[in-house]
Design a binder for this molecule. Structure first.
Ligand code: DC
Length: 223
């Protein structure tokens, strides 16, 4: 079974998707980490972020993989061609690189094919922007998580501080707004809820309340 979880930046997708996967004994697939890894590799190779052909060549020559401990839902590392980029994909530089990379149709085709392959191996909770609309339009459970811009900025600032990166709320809010605009306005696979997705505003909800809501949707389709 596929559980599709989409939504804008810092809407709570990762926390919720991980917990749902752990509770159900499903795999967790973080598609944002795949686009981030391509962005980080683009920077690593010194390819300019406006060099579309160069970025496509990076994506074609790379394989993004996740390390999993046996039976564990959540990955312990993200690698690109074997190189560990788990920490690198969460930096402000990676946030900047991911938007141009994820706007390129050829890059998306490669990533989507790999996402479908990975999710064919096991029941999977898949998190991203286009999972319910493009990657798995037939997923039996689709949710779209949102929260107010200020709540999302507050959450992302918490992630940054926890990762040891000092940051300011205004800078975090500006980055989220920039990425949301890029994700929603791009021509290929723009961010939007699937018509059959349940839209959940998580602003006033705890992660576990959101998790419980999604698990009850899964139980309902299992019946
Ligand atoms: O979920 P995230 O913040 O790690 O995602 C980083 C970026 O990757 C996001 O701003 C847009 C892109 N992305 C995408 O285009 N499609 C996806 N399915 C997942 C992420």
């Amino acid at each position: 079974m596929i559980v599709a979880i989409d939504g804008p930046a810092a809407s709570g997708k990762s926390t919720v998707a991980r917990r749902v996967a752990q509770r159900l004994g499903f795999r967790y697939l973080d598609t944002g980490a795949m686009y981030r890894a391509i962005g980080v590799e683009t920077l690593h190779r010194g390819v300019a972020l406006d060099d579309v052909e160069g970025i496509i060549a990076v994506a074609r020559s790379c394989r993004v993989t996740f390390d999993h401990l046996p039976g564990e839902a959540v990955y312990t590392a993200v690698r690109i061609n074997g190189r560990d980029v788990t920490a690198d994909i969460r930096t402000p530089e990676a946030d900047l690189a991911v938007s141009p990379v994820s706007q390129i149709a050829e890059v998306r085709e490669l990533m989507v094919a790999e996402q479908r392959r990975l999710a064919s191996e096991a029941d999977t909770v898949v998190e991203g922007r286009d999972i319910g609309t493009v990657v798995f339009p037939d997923a039996p459970v689709k949710v779209y998580l949102t929260a107010t811009a200020s709540e999302r900025a507050r959450r992302r600032l918490g992630d940054r501080v926890a990762a040891g990166h000092g940051s300011e709320i205004a800078a975090v809010a500006a980055d989220i707004e920039r990425r949301d605009r890029a994700d929603a306005e791009r021509e290929v696979s723009p961010l939007r809820p699937a018509e059959d997705a349940l839209v959940i505003d998580t602003t006033e909800m705890s992660p576990d309340e959101v998790v419980d809501t999604i698990i009850s949707l899964v139980r309902a389709v299992e019946r």
